[in-house]
Structure formats: C-alpha cells, structure tokens
Write a protein that binds this ligand. Structure first.
Ligand code: PLP
Length: 371
C-alpha cells in the first residue's frame, strides 16, 4: 500500500500569525472546583420553578431542524420594548462581547494616517475592549480613571486631542470598579469627540439608579450596549446595541447571518416579556444583598468599599489582593483579583453578589483574612 503523501514540514505558524497574538493570552475563566463562585458577575439562580417550566416548554417547541431567524426579528422587538427604543435601533449579538467585535471590525477606517488609535477607553475597565482590538491589530489608548474611579476628564480630553479614535468605550457602571461615571464628565467627553462613536456599556445598568439613554437621545455619536448576562440569563448569550438605525443597518452587514441560536432568540424573548417580573425580582434581591453585604464590609477596619451601582463590590483592603484571593480560593470561594496588574489594583478585589448564604460565607472568610 502506498504511504500517504508527507505533509509539508511544520507550518511556520509564527510567520502567519498576527504578531500581537504573541503578547496576549486567551480569555479563560478561572479553572477548578469552587463551592462558591463569585468571580463572573453572574446573577444568583433565582428563577422560579414555574419560569423554568415555561422556558422548557418554549424550548421544546423550537424548530430544531431549521436555521435560526437570521433577521432576529422577534428578539429585536422584545429588546426594543425593554429598552424603550424602536426595533430598528437594536442590534442583538452573542453577548455584548460579540457586539464589541462587530463594532471594532466595522469602525476601522484609518484616520490621519494608518497608525492612528482605533479605540479609546479607560483603565481599569472591561478587558474585552482591549483584547478584541488587539487581536485585530488595532491600537488602544487607555486613560486611567481618577482616584475615585471616575472619568479623568482632563486626561480624556487631552487623549482626544492627540488621537482621533473611531470608537470610545466607556462602561458605566464600570467593571471592575462598580460605580457609574459622572454624567457631566461623560457628556463633555462625548462633545469633544464628535467624529467618534461613543459606546456606553451598560452591562450592569439594571442594578443602577440611572441609565444613560438621555445621552443617547441627546447626542448622535452615542450608542448603548446592554446584555441579559448579568440579570439571570448568562446561558443564553444575548447582548444588544442600541444605536441609530443607520448604524445598526451597517453593522448588520458584519454580523454572521445566524449568529444567535434559535433557543437564545426564543428564550431571550420570553425572558424580557413574560418573565420580566422574574428579572425584576432577581435585581431587587441582588440589590438588597448588595446593600447588606456592603454595610457589613464597610464596618471592617481598613476596608474600603466603593459605592456600587452593579451586582458586585469593589473592595480595598490593606492585605494584598493576591494573598486574599489565594486564601479565599483555599476556602472554596472564588472571587476576582487584578493583583497581577499591580499599582493601585494590588489591594483590590471584585466580588459578585451571590445568594445570602454565599455572601455570608464570603464575609466570614474575608473578615478573618483582613484582620
Ligand atoms: C462591562 C461589561 N460589558 C460587557 C460584558 C460582556 O457581557 P456579555 O455576557 O453580554 O458578553 C461584561 C461581562 O463581564 C462586562 O463586564
């Protein structure tokens, strides 16, 4: 028998890969078994048995042999109603993560020469803005937040004078710092960037006292990003952009035709319509727990709790975050630490609000560790 043709000697992978990839690591949630996971800003599992049955019944009706609705029509309608805008202003995606990539792909017209900055954002903030831009070989300018984790307005305005980004991402409430940025500062940044699309990422808005839709209505260069992931439906991977119809129309050309599976579409619609009161109940329960846990933590000596408008807390202790993270992990409690980035993040931990029992277990462990 003839031996199979020899494959060519090893592909020189490094020669065909984007060089930026060498500096990046794949996004990987922390591995391992933990009794309590308070690391991903998911909501606690509060769906009622009746809601679960409805979800199962609707799932059972799905046309499993067919591709999903490529136009995402019903989902657009449901998300539009939830957001108080028209369906033409809605672009759904596989989580807001996908929308971030769609924006970076579509809004990449070089400005003032080819080496200009594509994306302006803050730091610390949600890592996927930077990651998604970097894997596309796009340049990112990150402006540090001020000492209260608010927008550093002067620095943002200076950055805008030297760069003309196609896109600006501002998370509010911000991850990992949990606070809303000041609306007045944000408005001035938007006004100083009339040729950039400013995307206000409201992944945590349901836990917040205010939203920024008013800025979307006021300024043509603003879009808003939202998600079902933080309010009990992370499994569905439904996120959406609220933007002018001419923007959603163009971005739709970049979107893959069947990006959202049928179950994500139908169950997503169910979540924001019939099950909207379950979402409201989850939000109320999380906010109650957030207030309770924040109050207890604030009583600990040398612990600083940033006032949170999200479903997580941003905590500073004197003991280094790396040590606290390890000690909590050893007790089966996973939180999020950014200590490897050093500087002012070295003593900060981010803790998702869980069930009352989980929050108590976290508090008891943390209290003994920071003493
Ligand atoms: C600020 C922010 N935006 C977007 C996302 C991604 O959400 P999704 O699950 O919709 O992709 C996250 C997730 O942690 C986030 O913190």
């Amino acid at each position: 028998m003839a031996s199979p043709p020899k494959s060519p000697p090893g592909l020189p992978f490094s020669e065909v890969l984007r060089p930026e990839l060498a500096e990046l690591s794949a996004y990987a949630p922390h591995a391992g078994q933990f009794a309590i996971r308070l690391d991903a800003n998911e909501a606690p599992p509060l769906l009622s048995a009746a809601a679960r049955s409805r979800l199962a019944a609707v799932a059972a009706e799905a046309a499993f042999n067919r591709y999903p609705d490529a136009g995402l029509e019903k989902l657009r309608e449901g998300l539009a109603a939830r957001s108080g805008v028209t369906p033409a202003e809605i672009l759904p995606g596989v989580g807001s993560d996908e929308i971030i990539t769609l924006l970076l792909t579509a809004l990449s017209q070089p400005r003032r020469g080819s080496d200009t900055v594509q994306l302006l954002t803050t730091t610390p903030t949600f890592v996927m803005y930077r990651m998604s831009a970097k894997v596309r070989g796009q340049r990112v300018l990150e402006v540090p937040l001020d000492e209260h984790w608010d927008l550093a307005e002067t620095a943002m305005l200076s950055a805008l004078r030297i760069a003309e980004p196609s896109l600006i991402f501002i998370a509010s409430p911000n991850n990992p710092t949990s606070n809303q940025v000041s609306r007045e500062r944000l408005a001035r940044v938007i006004e100083a960037a009339p040729r950039s699309l400013v995307v206000i990422d409201e992944a945590y808005v349901d836990y917040s006292a205010e939203n920024q839709l008013e800025l979307y209505e006021r300024y043509e260069n603003v879009a808003i990003l939202r998600t079902l992931s933080k309010i009990g439906f992370a499994a569905l991977r439904v996120g959406w952009l609220i933007a002018r119809p001419e923007a959603t129309r163009e971005l739709d050309k970049v979107r893959l035709p069947y990006n959202l599976p049928t179950l994500s579409q139908t169950l997503g619609v169910l979540a924001v319509t019939e099950l909207a009161s379950e979402i409201d109940e989850t939000v109320r329960a999380v906010v109650r727990e957030r207030v309770r846990l924040a109050e207890r933590l604030a009583e600990l000596p040398n612990v600083v709790v940033t006032p949170s408008q999200a479903n997580f807390l941003w905590l500073r202790a004197e003991r280094p975050a790396g040590e606290l993270f390890e000690a909590l992990s050893a007790r089966g409690i996973l939180v999020r630490s950014f200590h490897s980035r050093g500087g002012r993040l070295a003593n900060q931990l981010r803790v998702t609000i869980g069930t009352p029992q989980e929050n108590d277990a976290f508090f008891d462990a943390y209290r003994t560790l920071v003493r």
